[in-house]
Design a protein around this ligand. Sequence first.
Ligand code: ADP
Ligand code: MG
Length: 320
Amino acid sequence: MASEFELIRRHFTLPTRNTRLGVGDDAALLVPRPGMELVVTSDMLVSGTHFFADTDPVDLGWKTLAVNVSDIAAMGAEPRWAFLAIALPAADEAWIAGLAKGFAECAERFSIDLAGGDTTRGPLTLSVTLIGEVAAGRAVRRDGAKPGEDLWVTGTPGQATLGLAHLRGELALPADTAAICVAALHRPQPRVEAGLALNGIATAMLDVSDGLLGDLGHILERSGVGAEVELDCLPHALTGECAIAGDRMQDTTLRGGDDYELLFTAPTSQRGVITRLSGDLGLPFTRIGVISNDARVITLIDSQGTRTRTSALGYDHFRA
Ligand code: ADP
Ligand code: MG
């Protein structure tokens, strides 16, 4: 069995680009670029709570980093340095190699340096701290939404939930659609390029990890505004032949978690710019509603124009 130091050397010493001194010393030396602020986020994943112990370690490695990358993307910032702390019940080297592989793939995809971490024995837990950079004063926060602005979302939220339902046998999807939805669940693609492009355009932004309505509530709370959501405008993950019952689809789009799309607000004058961006990035950006004066109230508007009010904090009342 390899020693702790040998495991770190073999699996967690990845090539670095932006780091003066990375894995192997007492601490890392990072060199931020002049004029930039640091953006820092941390996420902990506990076996049995956030993932199953039998999850493919390569997927787990990817997702462990990707969920943090999504938080940096949602600030309109660029991810740069990651720190990975692992508690492991036993040194199962094949498992560690798989985890490191998925983590390295995600790090490579987003040009992130693994600059350090910690490896210890204990109940299976993974913790990532990710540091990004953004031009000083330019981070996109949750508190900038103003009445009259548009509400937008990237991609098709709900895919990960459909992927999970498919894996559980609760839903039969055609093979190609199933593959897309399962990939959304296991290999989420954080919207870094979109987040960076929206810096200077979006007035408030976050990533949708807990479901569109619930996360919208956070913007409303922080910005002291409300929102009107046009149900007919929602971008659904399944359409045409794959479509599932309207209510279930709508519920999945509004409440499905684990998607990591961006939800943001922008002035109406930016519609043309945002539509062009969507084309450039090859990623749907959908205008799903407007910001209102009605503090913390989400109003859902259906195709008949019927309006249903709900409190952003009380969105749980909608659960079936
Ligand atoms: P110390 O005992 O001085 O805290 P460690 O033995 O914990 O140092 O770590 C040695 C080096 O390996 C450090 O640079 C640390 O950041 C790095 N490291 C430890 N575990 C990991 C890991 N899982 N991923 C990346 N780097 C790690
Ligand atoms: Mg030391």
